[in-house]
Every structure is written in C-alpha cells, then in structure tokens.
Write a protein that binds this ligand. Structure first.
Ligand SMILES: C=CC1=C(C)c2cc3[nH]c(cc4nc(cc5[nH]c(cc1n2)c(C)c5CCC(=O)O)C(CCC(=O)O)=C4C)c(C)c3C=C
Ligand code: FE2
Ligand code: FE2
Length: 331
C-alpha cells in the first residue's frame, strides 16, 4: 500500500473531565490539569506547594459534588465527554469515507491524546489531523493540546505526519453555526430576552499581557456574532466566566455583569457560551445554576441558558467544515 492509500486520522480534541464524579477521580483530574504549565504558568516552586498543599485538599470535594449533579448516569461519563464522543461519531458517519478514521481525545483524563494517536497509527494512519475544539486560541487550551500530541510523537521512531487545526474564532462557518443555533433556541423560549450575555471562559489577565491573543479572539467572535444576529453591544454583551484563584482575570466577570443587569432592572436574560464547543460543568452548572440563581436573587424574573453547539446539526456541520479544511491535500 502506498502512503497515498493509507487512511487519514482525524482526532477531535476537547479539554477533558474526570473519569468519575468522586473525590479521588476529581483530584486526579485536577492534579493533571492544574500541573500543566500551559494552564498555570507560575514558577513551580511557588505553585506546587499551593496546588498540593491547598487546592487539591479542598477543591476536589466541592467539585465532585458539582460533577455528581451533572453526571451522565446512562453512559457513566461527564457531559463534555459524552458530547465530544457524539461529535466524533456523527462526524465520522457524516463524512462516511473509509479513508478517514474519526476519533476523539481529551487533553486531561481519558481517552488521552497519546492513547488515541497510537490507536490511529495501529489502524494504519500515517497522517493525523488534530482538531482542538477551541474556537479562540489560548496557550492554556490550544497550545496545550498540541504539546500533548508532540510529546506523544517524541517517543516514536516512526512518527505520523501531524497537523494541528487552526483556531476558528472568525470563521464564517463558526459564526453562522452559532447564529443559527441561537436563533433556533431563542424562538423556542417562552419569553423575549432583553439582554443576551455571551460568556466566554476567562483567562488570567497576566497570560494575555504575555501575548495570548485570546481576548482579541473573543471580542472578534462576539462582534461578528452580534452582526450576524443584528444585535448591538448593549443587546449582546461580552463577559468572562469561571475565574479561578485570586489573581485578576479577564473582565468584565459574568457574575458581576449579571448582577448589575438585574440591579439595573433587566428582568429577562439569556446567556450563551460561544467559546465552549460542548456543554460541561462550566456551562450547565456555573451558568445554568449559579448564575441563574444570582440573577433571580438580584431581581431578575426570567432566565434561559442556551445550549452550546454540541452534537447539534449546526455543531457537527461546523466540525465537518473545519475537518475538511485540515485534511485538505491529504485525501
Ligand atoms: C487555573 C486556570 C485555568 C485556566 C487558565 C483555564 C482556561 C480555560 N479553560 C477552558 C475550558 C474549560 N475549563 C473547565 C473547567 C475548569 N477550568 C479550570 C481552570 C482553568 N481554566 C478548572 C479548575 C476547572 C475544573 C472545574 C472545577 O473544579 O471547578 C471546563 C469544564 C470541564 C468539565 O469537566 O466539564 C472547560 C470546558 C478554556 C476554554 C480556557 C481558556 C481559554
Ligand atoms: Fe477552565
Ligand atoms: Fe467553574
């Protein structure tokens, strides 16, 4: 078989989730996640005592309860894993080519990027495209996924050719998919939101100061989405959620914005997380429960959390467009 005939591998990658919603599994997951230098780029001598001395002794118990509350009991998976798996399955069925093997991997937890690259190679793939499902580039997410892939290749004598998918924050296919999904979900609400908050995962301000383009990418996505929906910056707001630790993160914080909107008299609010490709703890629990409770406690009356693109028709069509771009010339 010439290399032109060997199958091409496509690996859909997302962040990850614990293997089980118990304290030990969450601890293992957080230890892996938070020891990644791409995620916390403090000097190790400063960070590891805090991580092992404080965070891993307190956070796992609290987070395990939250994971427990959103766990997919049918498949015994966190929602992020279920959705990423379905995205890969539906993408494979949609492309329907025996020459393209589609699989998924998670940066933290399992199945790992290394494990899935090895599996694709055992199935004959000499060319592999990795598709990190992060629309906006951040070193803590996109670069970390690439690091894991290249770390796996580093151990090999015979390496596959490897491509890492580009970020797609301003890709019309992404903006159109989001706009269509939001229009569809808003039409199904029993109220008309006065304001919609586009809430992106936050990042320490210091990481942006060191050159991460993440904030610019989020702003571009937000503007383009507003244009596509015909909504100005007062109607579709930009905010950043999931702050972790005491340092300054990207502002405005979603919680502050939602509280201020309620206090200013906004009664009907919708929230969407355009930077997340799959619903997860940060959207289902943080936005759907914590932020909702906050809005209602501050005087809001109607609240809706809109779903991520997930494995919807729009979501899988988008991933197909991204996948075809990344394997162009290989098939
Ligand atoms: C400590 C720093 C963190 C950085 C930097 C960070 C960046 C970042 N994260 C996502 C996407 C997700 N993060 C999720 C969970 C999560 N994130 C952090 C911390 C940082 N994230 C923690 C500690 C956690 C764990 C949850 C908890 O214990 O509260 C998730 C959800 C995972 C799930 O299992 O459901 C996602 C997705 C992005 C896109 C990003 C940078 C742009
Ligand atoms: Fe995060
Ligand atoms: Fe959170």
């Amino acid at each position: 078989m010439s290399s032109r005939d060997t199958p091409v591998g496509l690996l859909v990658v997302n962040l990850g989730t614990p293997d089980a919603p118990d304290v030990a599994s969450v601890r293992r997951y957080l230890a892996q996640f938070l020891s990644d230098r791409r995620v916390v780029d403090l000097p190790r001598a400063l960070w590891l005592p805090i991580l092992y001395g404080v965070i891993l002794n307190t956070r796992p118990a609290r987070s395990a309860k939250l994971y427990e509350s959103i766990w997919n009991r049918e498949t015994n998976e966190g929602p992020l894993k279920t959705i990423t798996r379905l995205q890969a399955e539906k993408l494979g069925a949609r492309i329907g080519s025996p020459r393209l093997i589609v699989d998924y991997a998670l940066r933290y937890g399992s199945p790992s990027i290394e494990d899935r690259i090895e599996t694709l190679m055992k199935r004959g793939c000499e060319r592999i495209a990795l598709l990190p499902l992060y629309p906006q580039y951040a070193a803590s997410t996109t670069a970390s996924a690439a690091d894991a892939a290249f770390a796996a290749l580093r151990k090999m004598r015979k390496q596959p050719a490897l491509r890492i998918g580009a970020s797609y924050y301003d890709d019309p296919a992404y903006i159109d998919a989001l706009a269509a999904s939001l229009r569809r979900q808003m039409a199904a609400l029993d109220f008309a939101p006065e304001v919609i908050v586009a809430s992106f995962h936050g990042l320490p301000q210091a990481q942006v100061d060191r050159g991460d383009p993440y904030r610019d990418h989020c702003e571009a996505s937000w503007r383009l989405l507003g244009d596509a929906l015909g909504m100005g910056p007062e109607k579709l707001r930009l905010a950043f959620q999931s702050r972790f630790g005491r340092a300054q993160w990207l502002k405005p914080y979603t919680a502050d914005m939602v509280a201020e909107l309620a206090q200013a008299g906004v009664k009907r609010l919708a929230i969407v997380a355009p930077g997340f490709s799959a619903d997860c703890l940060e959207t289902i629990e943080e936005l759907g429960v914590e932020i909702r409770d906050l809005f209602l406690a501050k005087g809001g009356e109607k609240f809706a959390r809109l779903a991520c693109l997930n494995d919807s028709e729009e979501g899988v069509a988008l991933i197909e467009a991204l996948a075809k771009r990344e394997v162009a010339g290989w098939m």
